[in-house]
Design a protein around this ligand. Structure first.
Ligand SMILES: NC(=O)c1ccc[n+]([C@@H]2O[C@H](COP(=O)([O-])OP(=O)(O)OC[C@H]3O[C@@H](n4cnc5c(N)ncnc54)[C@H](O)[C@@H]3O)[C@@H](O)[C@H]2O)c1
Length: 258
């Protein structure tokens, strides 16, 4: 018996990295998982996840779980609608929405273009809003409605450019706002704020940058997708039924220092 038996989960950006880790963990816990991503093949990282095979839904199926890939570009509102409808039709509802898909365009406040700004905001901030709004009718019908937003430690400080840091700070506050609106329906809305997690998103870094991050991370290793998956499993579980509007930092101590 899994802790998420009978639940239906959507995980955006579920093909690679953190989303893949969450989707696989949810599949193992018994949920039916809609893996929503622009590409079905996992991204191949330069430093991390260099041989990520097979695609997430195949991996879950191969382990005896239930999953399906749904091609989704979360920057396109109509595709978000289609994603929610797909999960509801295929699996009979939506109990858990994980807004994980995100991009970083590394730049600075004096250089970021309008187009870059808009793209980051559309994917990292507008998409979680639209997906949450679209899933609410199903989450209301569920006895265990959960929204889990993957923000970042960059919600609490700059770097990675004006759009990324702003999108993540706004996502944390949007989490609180949605928690207020949906609490009476028994739906919890929480955010996870990862530190450095070993995924293909880190390809822009140099080996020296990665060593620096390792030094700044208090615990003796960098984070792995499973570290975020464990926190997501907790928010999805019965044990977290009275937790909402929270932003849980999962960073190995990266931002513990003043
Ligand atoms: N890795 C980290 O250290 C870290 C730290 C803090 C926050 N995060 C956040 O975690 C989330 C996942 O990051 P990751 O490190 O796993 O990244 P990743 O690049 O390894 O994986 C992201 C996945 O999202 C998908 N994706 C990108 N744009 C999409 C779109 N428009 N529509 C649908 N899918 C799309 C990609 O195809 C990919 O499968 C992001 O929101 C990121 O900002 C990551």
């Amino acid at each position: 018996m899994g802790t998420l038996d009978g639940r239906v989960a959507i995980v955006t950006g579920g093909s690679s990295g953190i989303g893949r880790g969450i989707a696989i963990a949810f599949g193992r816990a018994g949920a039916s998982v809609a893996v929503a991503d622009v590409q079905e093949e996992p991204r191949r990282g330069k430093y991390h996840e260099t041989e990520p095979r097979p695609p997430t839904a195949d991996r879950i199926d191969g382990e005896g779980g239930t999953a399906a890939f749904v091609a989704t570009d979360v920057s396109r509102p109509e595709q978000i609608e289609r994603m929610v409808a797909f999960a509801a039709d295929r699996f009979g509802g939506v109990d858990i929405l994980v807004n994980n898909a995100g991009i970083g365009i590394v730049t600075t406040a004096d250089r970021q273009t309008d187009e870059e700004w808009q793209r980051v905001i559309d994917i990292n901030l507008r998409a979680p809003f639209l997906a949450t709004r679209g899933a609410v009718p199903y989450l209301r019908a569920s006895a265990h409605g959960r929204v889990i937003n993957i923000a970042s430690v960059h919600a609490f400080g700059g770097s990675s450019g004006p759009a990324y840091a702003s999108s993540k700070a706004a996502l944390v506050n949007m989490t609180r706002d949605a928690a207020l609106a949906l609490g009476r329906d028994g739906i919890t809305v929480n955010a996870i704020c990862p530190g450095y997690i070993e995924t293909p998103i880190q390809d822009y870094l140099t080996p020296q940058d990665i060593d620096d991050m390792r030094d700044r991370t208090v615990l003796p290793r960098l984070g792995k997708p499973r570290d975020i998956a464990h926190a997501a499993l907790f928010f999805a579980s019965e044990e977290a039924e009275w937790i909402t509007g929270a932003a849980l930092v999962v960073d190995g101590g990266l931002i513990a220092s003043i």
